[in-house]
Design a protein. Structure first.
Length: 293
């Protein structure tokens, strides 16, 4: 089946790239659909080799330089892609004339806002520069998780109970605009994702099991969901081969992600790793239980 075309446009697509593999997946997919994406690699964040693409390295808070680049390259659509591990310091903010009046609210958001609030602020500032922000899944819809097992393993009844506990925890966590993931073991939530990210959370679960603070007789499940208030144009939950490896190291039975609203990176490698490790990877509907009542 041919890949869906990007929305028709006379301008150029830009990808604002943070860390990780996702920005390159999006860039390659866009190129495969006839686009010539321009990459804005965020300094101190982007870790990929962008030598095969037109690109510039800019600071995350330098909206003046970003806006100038949009104008020079004819950018009219922007994808935010990849991890951003550091918030810009107020001294890094370089506004444009159009965004100067927003600086006080920008500073307040940087100091006290959650991750989702910061992303919404960034998207507002980008769109004030005349470009439209679109989601990575609009460029690469094939990365979205499907409903059901991804691979040859399926959850047991005990795993399904852990998934239910993980959904409740991830929902509560997302409502607080803190993170997107939770680990449940034996029906009990033992870890919540914070600023350290999913891989570090899984390493923490492995340590808890090794120290005997969490039962090693029961396996458990990682659940990743969109935040209830999430703007789907940025920061969709994602998993990749490293997530599966981390779940295996933590002794988990599997991973559940929100179907249609979570990204599976390097899907063949995820399936191969999960099959070899005996783990399930499952696409779930967050509200399936409520709709069935």
């Amino acid at each position: 089946m041919a890949a869906p075309r990007l929305p028709r446009s006379s301008g150029r697509l830009a990808i604002i790239a943070g860390a990780g593999a996702l920005p390159h997946h999006v860039a390659e997919a866009a190129r495969g659909q006839g686009e010539d994406p321009f990459i804005i690699a965020l300094s101190r964040e982007a870790d990929a080799d962008w030598s095969g693409f037109d690109h510039a390295t800019l600071a995350i808070g330098d909206f003046a330089a970003i806006s100038k680049t949009f104008a020079a390259e004819g950018i009219d659509r922007v994808v935010l892609s990849g991890a951003v591990r550091r918030r810009p310091d107020w001294r890094d903010i370089r506004p444009t004339l159009k965004t100067l009046a927003k600086v006080p609210s920008v500073l307040r958001t940087l100091v006290s806002g959650g991750d989702d609030a910061v992303l919404r602020m960034a998207m507002d500032l980008i769109e004030a520069s005349g470009a439209r922000v679109i989601g990575a899944h609009e460029v690469v819809p094939g990365l979205l998780a499907d409903i059901g097992p991804i691979g040859e393993h399926a959850p047991t009844d005990e795993d399904l109970r852990d998934i239910e506990a993980g959904i409740a925890a991830a929902d509560a966590l997302g409502t607080l605009d803190v993170g997107q993931g939770a680990v449940a073991i034996g029906g009990r939530v033992v870890a919540l994702e914070g600023a350290e990210g999913t891989d570090a959370m899984l390493a923490r679960v492995a340590e808890l099991k090794a120290d005997g603070r969490v039962s090693s007789r029961r396996r458990g499940v990682l659940v990743k969901l969109c935040k209830p208030q999430q703007d789907e144009r940025a920061d969709l939950p994602s998993i990749g081969p490293s997530t599966v490896a981390g779940a295996e190291a933590a002794g988990l039975a599997g991973i559940a992600v929100e179907a249609g609203r979570a990204l599976v990176l390097e899907r063949p490698a995820v399936i191969e790793t999960a099959n070899r490790s005996g783990l399930f990877v499952l696409g779930i509907e967050r509200n399936a239980r409520e709709r069935s009542r």
